[in-house]
Design a protein around this ligand. Sequence first.
Ligand code: SAM
Length: 328
Amino acid sequence: MLVDNYGRVATDLRVSLTDKCNLRCSYCMPPEGLEWLPGPELLTDDELVRLVALAVGEGVTEVRFTGGEPLLRRGLVSIVERVGALTPRPRMSLTTNGIGLARTAQALADAGLDRVNVSLDTLDRDRFVQIARRDRLADVLKGLVAAEAAGLVPVKVNAVLMRGVNEDEAVPLLRWALAAGYRLRFIEQMPLDAQHGWTRDQMVTADEILGRLAEVFALAPVGADERGSAPAEEWLVDGGPGRVGVIGSVTRPFCGACDRVRLTADGQLRNCLFAREESDLRAPLRAGATDDDLVARMRASLLAKRPGHGIDDPGFLQPVRPMSAIGG
Ligand code: SAM
């Protein structure tokens, strides 16, 4: 098992398939993009599937493919198929901006993908261009429809609200998601942008989001037992069955129940989104390490997991890697 010193067991593996992205969301990366990881540093499909298989052997039951933009990874469908053939078969989901999903949703579902999370911060085309610096709202909306049609359900939609940009969209986004049958979750903006421009006062907090929603909807909290280790706190909307979630990573941290571990596209294991240290699996793997060696490294990484992300600690330092290179 991948267990830490506080008794938390890692069962949810987030696998970054690439650090590249076709959007340039202002809270994530600069307009010119970033220096992408050199190709030879990326895990090959075989290397990646081997590491995922070892993690599954250590008790991982959920695999989430992410990035960067995972739909940009050539071989994605085959990776999903291969991970889906592992025993025991992990549940598999994908976090994506939805661009290109209209073309690939059915193939991904056929390969065994269970679900998608699509990121969408606004329903307004001009604002989309302002936030993501690309005119691709229509593609995202088409991707969402295709995901639902392919049975990649429940389709979850992740939205980040920013002060003075789209904070007024909390209610319209929820109305839209309820009508379309998508599960909307608002994510607090985190200090993970490549530009290091995050400030606490610019962040729209979970309380603010809930306050705005409560002006229009009746929100009833879903029980803590149902939440388990999920990052989103959920509320039934107007008596249900529609729901809304809020991921208050900054103001309502959920580190005590964390069951996540991350593998970057270049083969570094991270025991926390905010970790400042990583465990290199790629170098030993390429030097001929045995499965036992690699598993020992995974276990050691988890043992070094801190009790919390420490954003509120006076000595907090943003991780060197931005979100896009960690795998969100
Ligand atoms: N490209 C994919 C996507 O758009 O979903 C996967 C990677 S993206 C980094 C994953 C999620 O992280 C997205 O929902 C995005 O909005 C979110 N994200 C990126 N930077 C963030 C930040 N600084 N704070 C909170 N969420 C962030």
